[in-house]
Design a protein around this ligand. Sequence first.
Ligand code: ATP
Ligand code: MG
Length: 140
Amino acid sequence: MAIERTFSIIKPDATARNLTGAINAIIEKAGLRIVAQKRIQMTRGQAETFYAVHKARPFFGELVDFMISGPVVVQVLQGEGAIQKYRDVMGATDPAKAAEGTIRKAHAQSIGENSVHGSDAAETAAIEIAQFFSGNEIVG
Ligand code: ATP
Ligand code: MG
């Protein structure tokens, strides 16, 4: 399997509970390398652009409000099959349906406040990484 990069966000519910280190430990234990990372306060415009695919969904406003409700940690993760691997490590969107050992099972509070984001495909990973990082900020 090829070495890939994926985009991750540690969401405001997790940063508020000081879970950045605990989540990073799960990521690294899974064999994913954190090759870029920064803590930012997202603007409303950034959050709307980031989740534009969900614009028509009834939870869009709530989702954007949540994503700007506090700091987030944006990351680039690298490893073999990183995109699917991180989706597996995150667990299902709804923590009630997430498998044991996943980040969302351990830490998510609800389907909305679910602690982490991970890209769902190679195309979206490239777009999402480019929204938040320049090439020289990523060191593999
Ligand atoms: P993410 O894109 O954040 O990695 P995901 O791919 O598991 O999550 P999506 O279907 O892309 O899930 O939804 C994006 C985000 O929107 C979810 O992570 C969650 O924060 C929020 N969301 C999804 N469904 C709901 C819902 N029914 N009610 C409230 N918020 C929701
Ligand atoms: Mg998604």
